[in-house]
Design a protein around this ligand. Structure first.
Ligand code: CAA
Ligand code: FAD
Length: 386
C-alpha cells in the first residue's frame, strides 16, 4: 500500500531500521498482542526483544551501547511498533524520547557513562512528572526533595506513570524549594531498589498492556549525585523533553491509524455483498480515500516536526500540531475501520476494535489536546497580537 509510507525522504539507514522494526513487530509482537491486551500485562519477552534489537537506545551513542541513530529513526520505530501494538510503542517511546534523552541532553559525563548503557541494554526507564493533583498544571507538583548530607530525601506520590510496573530506573520531578514556585522543581534519578513503592496499577480502556501506576515515595533516600541538571531547572527539563516527546506520541497515533487501516481495508475487498466487494461501493471507497488523506496529513505533520527538531530549527508549535492532529486522525480512522469491517470489526478477533480503544489516549497524555491548542495559541499570539 502506498499509504504505508508515502514519504521518500528517509535515509538508507532509516529505511533499514524501518524494515527491521516491521519484521520484529510482525513476527515477535504480533502473535502476542491480543493476549497481552486481555491479560493487561506486557510479555517480558517483548521487552527483552526490544533491548536485543537495539530499540531501547536508538539515539544513544555506540560508546554507551546504543544504536547512535537519528531522532527520526526513533520516530520511525515508534510508528512501526504502533502499527502492530500501540502499547509496545509507548513503552519504547517513553524509554527513548523521554528517559534516554534527558540523560543524553542534561546528564553529566559521569551520569551518561553510568545510566545510558544500562538503559540501552537491559533496564527499563520511566518519567515521573504527573501527580494526583497536578496533570495539565504539571508545575504545581507536590512531591518534595530535601537535602540531607550526601543524600536527597524525596516524599510524595506520582500518578499515571507509564512503564513503572516493569521499570528499574525512574526520573522523578520534585520541588526542592516551593517558595520559588515552579523554579524549585528539580529532576532526580532513582532506582527501584532504593524503595519506590507501587501503590496502584490502573485498569484502562486502551493500551492495556502498557503499565500505568501510582508510585509512593516515603523518605526515598537517593545519593546527592543523582540530581540531573542544576537545582530548580527541572521544570525546563520536563517541558523541553515533552516538546520532543509529543512528536513521539504523534508517531504512535500515526502508526495506530495506519495499523487499523491496514487491517480493515483488505477485508473490504474480500467481503462481498450485493455481488460486489464492499470496499468498491462509492460510499465506502470515498471514506477510505478520505482516511488515506487524514493519515497522510498526520504523517507529514509528524515527520516535518521530527526533521525540524533534528535540524535544530524551532519545532514546539509543529510538535503540538502533529500530536493534536494525529490523535484526532487515529481516533477517526480506527473508528471507521471498525465500521468498514461490519460486525467482525466489532469483535475482538480482528484486533481492529483494539486500535480504537488504544487511540483515545492520544488526546490525553503528554499534554491533553487542549494543552496542545494552548501551546499553538501562544505562538499565534506572539506572532499576530499587536
Ligand atoms: N516549551 C518550553 N518552555 C515552556 C513551554 C514549552 N512548550 N511551556 C511553558 N514553558 C515555560 C515558560 O517559558 C516558563 O518558563 P520561564 O519562567 O523560565 O520563562 C514556564 O514554562 C512556565 O510557563 P507558563 O506559565 O506559560 O506555563 P503553565 O504553568 O501555564 O503550564 C505546562 C506549563 C505545565 C508546561 C503546561 O503547558 C503543559 O504542557 N501541561 C501538560 C503537562 C504534560 O505534558 N504532562 C505530560 C506528563 S508525561 C506523559 O504524559 C508521558 C506519557 O504519558 C507517555
Ligand atoms: P486534567 O489536567 O485534570 O484535565 C482534565 C480536562 O481539563 C482535560 O480535558 C484538559 O484538557 C482540561 N484542561 C485542563 N487545564 C486546561 C486549561 N488550562 N485550558 C483548557 N482545558 C484545560 N504522566 C507522567 O508524568 N508520566 C507518564 O509516564 C504518564 N503516562 C500516562 C499514561 C496514561 C495511560 C495516562 C492516562 C496518563 C499518563 N500520564 C503520565 C499523565 C498525563 O500526562 C496526564 O493525564 C495529562 O497530562 C492530563 O492530566 P490530568 O489527567 O490530570 O487531566
Amino acid at each position: 500500500l502506498s499509504s504505508t509510507n508515502s514519504l521518500d525522504t528517509f535515509t538508507e539507514e532509516e529505511q533499514l531500521l524501518r524494515d527491521s522494526v516491521q519484521k520484529f513487530a510482525t513476527e515477535v509482537i504480533g502473535p502476542k498482542v491480543r493476549e497481552m491486551d486481555e491479560n493487561e500485562q506486557m510479555d517480558p519477552a517483548v521487552i527483552a526483544g526490544l533491548f536485543e534489537t537495539g530499540l531501547m537506545g536508538i539515539e544513544t551513542s555506540a560508546d554507551h551501547g546504543g544504536a547512535e541513530s537519528s531522532f527520526t529513526s526513533a520516530i520511525i520505530a515508534i510508528e512501526e511498533l504502533a502499527k502492530v501494538d500501540p502499547s509496545v510503542s509507548v513503552l519504547c517511546d517513553v524509554h527513548n524520547t523521554l528517559v534516554n534523552t534527558i540523560f543524553r541532553k542534561y546528564g553529566t559525563k559521569e551520569q551518561q557513562d553510568k545510566w545510558l548503557p544500562l538503559l540501552a541494554q537491559s533496564k527499563l526507564g520511566s518519567f515521573c512528572l504527573s501527580e494526583p493533583a497536578s496533570g495539565s498544571d504539571a508545575f504545581a507538583l507536590q512531591t518534595r526533595a530535601k537535602k540531607d548530607g550526601d543524600f536527597w530525601i524525596i516524599n510524595g506520590s506520582k500518578m499515571w506513570i507509564t512503564n513503572s510496573y516493569e521499570a528499574e530506573i525512574f526520573l522523578i520531578f520534585a520541588n526542592v524549594d516551593p517558595s520559588k514556585g515552579y523554579k524549585g522543581i528539580t529532576c532526580f534519578v532513582a532506582t527501584k531498589d532504593m524503595g519506590i513503592q507501587i501503590a496502584k496499577k490502573e485498569q484502562k480502556l486502551g493500551i492495556r498492556a502498557s503499565s500505568t501506576c501510582t508510585l509512593n515515595f516515603d523518605d526515598l533516600k537517593i545519593p546527592a549525585e543523582n540530581i540531573i541538571g542544576a537545582e530548580g531547572t527541572g521544570y525546563k527539563i520536563a517541558i523541553e523533553i515533552l516538546n520532543e516527546g509529543r512528536i513521539g506520541i504523534a508517531a504512535q497515533m500515526l502508526g495506530l491509524a495506519q495499523g487499523a487501516f491496514n487491517k480493515a481495508v483488505p477485508y473490504t475487498y474480500e467481503r462481498k455483498q450485493f455481488g460486489q466487494s464492499v470496499g468498491t461501493f462509492q460510499g465506502m471507497a470515498f471514506q477510505i480515500s478520505q482516511a488515506a488523506i487524514d493519515i497522510e496529513t498526520a504523517r507529514l505533520l509528524t515527520y516535518n516536526a521530527a526533521r525540524r527538531k533534528e535540524e535544530g530549527k524551532s519545532f514546539t508549535k509543529e510538535a503540538a500540531m502533529a500530536k493534536y492532529w494525529a490523535s484526532i486522525v487515529a481516533q477517526k480512522v480506527s473508528g471507521q475501520a471498525i465500521e468498514w469491517a461490519g460486525g467482525v470489526g466489532f469483535t475482538r478477533e480482528t484486533g481492529i476494535e483494539k486500535f480504537w480503544r488504544d487511540s483515545k489516549i492520544g488526546a490525553i497524555y503528554e499534554g491533553t489536546s487542549n494543552i496542545q491548542l494552548q501551546t499553538i495559541a501562544k505562538f499565534i499570539q506572539k506572532e499576530y497580537a499587536p
